[in-house]
Design a protein around this ligand. Structure first.
Ligand code: AMP
Length: 132
């Protein structure tokens, strides 16, 4: 079971931003920017491009809705999207609110935000997502 499957199962805590039957979104614990969110399929698949055609299409639509919610909550020019997957073997899309292209550089030092702030941001994104 991957660490992300444990998050979906509620065995490991996460800052939940959105959820539907197939997908789950939560804050990255080492964010590039405030509101940096990960979108994952609940089904455990390592490589995103091994997902079924309909599954990856639905995941992208879910990510689009989460990005919309993020942009409503966090002032940013656009929400950037990236796929790496070199660290955690469970497919995921990074959604990062951007003020400039530098914000999507994964070599940047990561932010360390207080738990209360992470909680508040996640709650705000979840509320915006549910109101879409
Ligand atoms: P990568 O697999 O290279 O796309 O990177 C995995 C990402 O998952 C990194 O940005 C980590 O900060 C993030 N991450 C790892 N464990 C957790 C966790 N328990 N909760 C939230 N984010 C995590």
């Amino acid at each position: 079971m991957t660490i992300f499957s444990k998050i979906v199962a509620g065995e490991i805590p996460s800052y939940k931003c959105a959820e539907n039957e197939q997908f789950y979104a939560f804050l990255d614990i080492n964010p590039l920017a405030k509101g940096h969110t990960l979108v994952i399929p609940k089904r455990e698949v390592d490589y995103i491009f091994d997902l079924e055609d309909d599954e990856i299409a639905a995941m992208q639509v879910f990510a689009k809705h989460v990005a919309k919610a993020i942009r409503q909550v966090l002032p940013c020019i656009k929400v950037g999207q990236a796929v790496l997957g070199l660290e955690v073997p469970h497919a995921h899309i990074h959604l990062v609110p951007m003020q400039s292209e530098k914000d999507l550089n994964f070599a940047n030092p990561k932010l360390s935000l207080p738990a209360e702030e992470m909680q508040q941001v996640a709650a705000d994104i979840l509320k915006a997502y549910e109101a879409l």
